[in-house]
Design a protein around this ligand. Structure first.
Ligand code: GDP
Ligand code: MG
Length: 166
């Protein structure tokens, strides 16, 4: 199985950390020049039977200018070309206005989207399940996957779900 996976989300939610953990090397840091190319390859996860190509798709964030509007359109088109979108949010900060803007735009895209709730190590264990449950009910993501990219919690489950979707 092989396919393209776009990784999106606000700055600092942990996109690079997730890629570093999954790929086991510091490839995601290579170049962080934002909003230049669409669907820049950030890394490839390969096993004997699978190849997952992770891409960076900038520009889906709330635009501040006309050029920004164009970026959002371009980003939306780019997301149509991939097999799966991973939308990362910060479990500790929760889903804010900026995230909700992205969620609205993602509804306009036909590609399946997983909500990846990162930094669960910063949430009290008793609060985690209710939080995930709320997200499952409030939004209509294909999957809602809690992880800690920093510590690797549940990242193998995420990878398994990704591969199943391709
Ligand atoms: P990006 O801007 O989305 O690529 O975010 P980064 O991967 O650069 O991460 C931003 C910050 O969040 C860094 O200081 C990371 O160490 C931290 N971070 C990322 N994932 C986790 C996590 O699972 N738990 C905690 N506690 N911190 C994390
Ligand atoms: Mg980054």
């Amino acid at each position: 199985k092989s396919g393209f996976v776009a990784l999106i989300g606000r700055p600092n939610v942990g996109k690079s950390t997730l890629l570093n953990y999954v790929l086991g090397q510091k490839v995601a840091i290579m170049s962080d020049k934002p909003q230049t190319t669409r669907n820049k390859i950030r890394g490839v996860y390969t096993t004997d039977t699978e190849q997952v190509i992770f891409l960076d798709t900038p520009g889906i964030h709330k635009p501040k200018s006309r050029l920004g509007d164009w970026m959002v359109k371009t980003a939306r088109e780019a997301l149509e070309e991939v097999d799966l979108v991973l939308f990362l949010v910060d479990a500790d900060e929760g889903i804010g206005a900026g995230d909700r803007y992205i969620i609205k735009r993602l509804k306009e895209v036909r590609t399946p989207v997983f909500l990846v709730v990162n930094k669960i190590d910063r949430v009290h264990p008793d609060a985690l399940l209710p939080l995930i449950d709320t997200y499952r009910k409030e939004f209509s993501f294909k999957e809602v996957v809690p992880i800690s990219a920093l510590h690797g919690n549940n990242t193998s489950t995420l990878l398994q779900l990704i591969v199943e979707e391709l």
